[in-house]
Ligand binder design. Structure first.
Ligand code: NAP
Length: 279
């Protein structure tokens, strides 16, 4: 679609940026809704972060998504960072408004919306969850689960110090489980979430027999390459509801698109197909 001189502009900054699916995803919505706007992949080296953000702000951009390695560093450039992003410790969405930068993090929102869509809105607040991983994605999922009212989040990560730091940041509803005890910890769970990179193409598989996991539990994998991970296949074989990671990527994009382009976008099967074609 051709752009007018009044086109609304946004983009994603990262280093490198070539792997990002966000331009394809936002491009699909811009095209579908006939919006006079563009969403660009922007390769920004860490030492150029501030000058690039200020330059885009000064050029009339409506805002940006932020990906690796800038999610923590951009917090210092924001005039306001919302409470959830502060708790997660990272910003992935910036809105430029009235000369100010507002930072937020839509990963927790994306995770919960995907879970809602994948389970038909099942209430998961009555049983504990086990969260595998303690990296950037796990931080967002842990905050999401606490905000959703789960009684307890069991946190299990290969390196204990990283899990201890996350648990200390998030308070008493987070309980640590040693990595070696992950299979035993499955008993009585309502939800199991993999937010490690295990199971991803090119990474080792997640070694976790699901014998003790209740068949009523929901299993969510953040990994979406492949879409059907070994964990999800094993979960389905047990009769568990299995939720893949692609939906989180799609849903987390909604708040930014709405803020920049003024339209609440929908996550549809056609969008999933379109983004998957690039996977
Ligand atoms: N669906 C989505 O929208 C979405 C969003 C964000 C991320 N993700 C996916 O989530 C995964 C994690 O992303 P991230 O940003 O959190 O990465 P990260 O910060 O690098 O964290 C990686 C996590 O994986 C664990 N890990 C890596 N190799 C391991 C191994 N061999 N054995 C045990 N644990 C291992 C790490 O444990 P240690 O701390 O011990 O190293 C850490 O907990 C990636 O696959 C990413 O693609 C998906």
């Amino acid at each position: 679609m051709s752009l007018s001189g009044k086109a609304l502009l946004a983009g994603v900054i990262g280093w490198p940026i070539g792997h990002s699916r966000s331009p394809r995803l936002h491009g699909f919505w811009l095209e579908s809704y006939g919006i006079d706007g563009a969403y660009l992949p922007l390769a920004v080296a860490p030492e150029k972060l501030e000058v690039a953000v200020r330059g885009l702000q000064a050029s009339g951009f409506r805002g940006l998504n932020v990906t690796i390695p800038h999610k923590e560093a951009v917090m210092a450039l924001c005039d306001r960072v919302d409470e959830r992003a502060r708790r997660i410790g990272a910003v992935n969405t910036m809105v430029f408004e009235n000369g100010e930068i507002h930072g937020s993090n839509s990963d927790a929102f994306g995770f919960l919306e995907n879970l809602k869509a994948g389970t038909g809105g099942r209430d998961l607040s009555t049983a504990p969850a086990l969260l595998l991983g303690a990296g950037g994605a796990a931080r967002a999922v842990a905050v999401a689960l606490l905000d959703a009212g789960l009684p307890e989040v069991l946190l299990c990560n290969r390196s204990a110090e990283r899990a201890e730091r996350l648990a200390a940041d998030l308070g008493p509803r987070v309980r640590l489980v040693p990595w070696a005890e992950r299979a035993e910890a499955l008993a009585g769970l309502g939800l199991l979430v993999n937010s490690t990179s295990l199971g991803m193409n090119g990474q080792p598989p997640l070694d976790l027999p699901l014998k003790r996991l209740p068949a009523e539990a929901v299993v969510s994998d953040l990994v979406y390459t492949p879409l059907e991970t070994g964990l999800l296949t094993a979960a389905r074989a047990k009769g568990c509801v299995a939720v893949d990671g692609l939906g989180m990527l799609l849903h987390q994009a909604r708040p930014g698109f709405q803020a920049w382009f003024g339209k609440a976008p929908a996550v549809t099967p056609a969008l999933r197909e379109f983004v998957l074609k690039d996977a």
